[in-house]
Design a protein around this ligand. Structure first.
Ligand code: GDP
Ligand code: CA
Length: 324
């Protein structure tokens, strides 16, 4: 499967539970790295870490990101020195992860090796690999009256965390067009029986993974069945601000529009099957007309059991598609 941060991570934890008792099942997660950022000389990979901490049992479940039982002494000390950025939540425990990563990168290891080394501590039960070892960073073009053309591009983290997702003109995964898929990425897609697009952000999580040359084609041509889950329920992104970015790429904030954006593989798109929320069942018929096998089931992942049930629905739909 592909994954961003919190939506992907919750789904994967449900998938792991749903696969309990099927020890032959292997899960490879291709993680988004376009959220990554250098802060205070540290390489921070928010989505990889959200998946790693969630599956490793180290996540702060209230916030949905960062470490449980976190303290913030380093952040307070940095603020006391008056250095920026002060808006990014770098906890003390979390910093240890970034120190290990940055040290290994500095020693010449690619991010894929670093990620494997970090994950070894956490026993994820799945294989987590970055979408690329190359630097890709999402930038967002926003209004800025102080600029000659009235616009400015900011790093995605600044857009999301500091500015809280103001109106945007464009979302650009800088570096993506020259990036190579990470080791194992194309093979995992080609060799899969089932490929899952979880309810991650279609623009800045799934969209950036698909922007790495070769990945979208691998999804189009894999012999696996490809099943996706809507990140939109009843016109709302559930948690987070995905509704701010879909219109920027010309996609309405509905389960149907996101499915149309990904497209049916039978028509050159990416999906064979799609799950919408039970409350969005009016989207089923139009999507079936587009060639997508669509079911309406509860999509809210409010707790681990609901996440497991959702993952079981995905596997069930995949089984049906595999039987043809
Ligand atoms: P991020 O990188 O932390 O933003 O995480 P992702 O991109 O993986 O997932 C964020 C998306 O998950 C949001 O845009 C929401 O639309 C979606 N999402 C969050 N919670 C739920 C949920 O309970 N059910 C569904 N279907 N989608 C959700
Ligand atoms: Ca993210």
């Amino acid at each position: 499967m592909l994954s961003g941060g919190i939506g992907g991570a919750r789904f994967i934890s449900g998938l792991r539970d749903a696969l309990d008792g099927r020890p032959d099942a292997e899960v490879t997660v291709i993680g988004n790295t376009a959220d990554d950022i250098w802060l205070f000389g540290l390489r921070v990979c928010p989505d990889l870490d959200t998946v790693m901490y969630t599956l490793g049992g180290g996540i702060d479940t209230e916030r949905g990101w960062g470490r449980a039982e976190e303290t913030w002494h380093a952040k307070e000390e940095l603020a006391a020195y008056g250095v920026e950025p002060s808006w990014f939540g770098l906890g003390d425990r979390d910093i240890a992860t970034h120190l290990v990563r940055t040290q290994m990168l500095g020693a010449g290891f690619p991010l894929s090796d670093v990620t494997e080394a970090l994950c070894a501590r956490w026993n994820l039960g799945v294989r987590l690999i970055p979408m690329t070892d190359d630097r890709v960073e999402t930038h967002v073009v926003i209004d800025d009256a102080g600029q000659p053309d009235g616009r400015r591009a900011v790093h995605f983290q600044e857009y999301w965390v500091r500015l809280q997702a103001p109106p945007a003109h464009a979302v650009i995964p800088v570096g993506a067009e020259d990036a190579k898929p990470g080791p194992g990425v194309l093979e995992a897609i080609a060799d899969a029986d089932v490929m899952i697009v979880p309810p991650s952000n279609p623009v800045v999580s799934i969209g950036t993974i698909l922007a790495v040359p070769g990945v979208a084609d691998a999804v189009r041509t894999t012999s696996a069945v490809v099943v996706g889950v809507s990140p939109i329920i009843g016109g709302s992104p559930v948690r987070g601000m995905a509704d701010r970015l879909l219109p920027v790429i010309g996609v309405d904030v509905t389960a149907q529009a996101v499915a149309e954006h990904y497209g049916a593989r039978s028509a050159g798109g990416l999906l064979d099957g799609w799950l919408v929320d039970a409350s969005d069942d009016s989207a089923v018929a139009p999507l079936v007309d587009l060639g997508l096998v669509t079911r309406a089931v509860p999509l809210l992942m409010s707790d681990r059991e609901l996440s497991r049930e959702l993952a079981a629905e995905v596997l069930d739909l995949a089984d049906e598609l595999r039987r043809g």
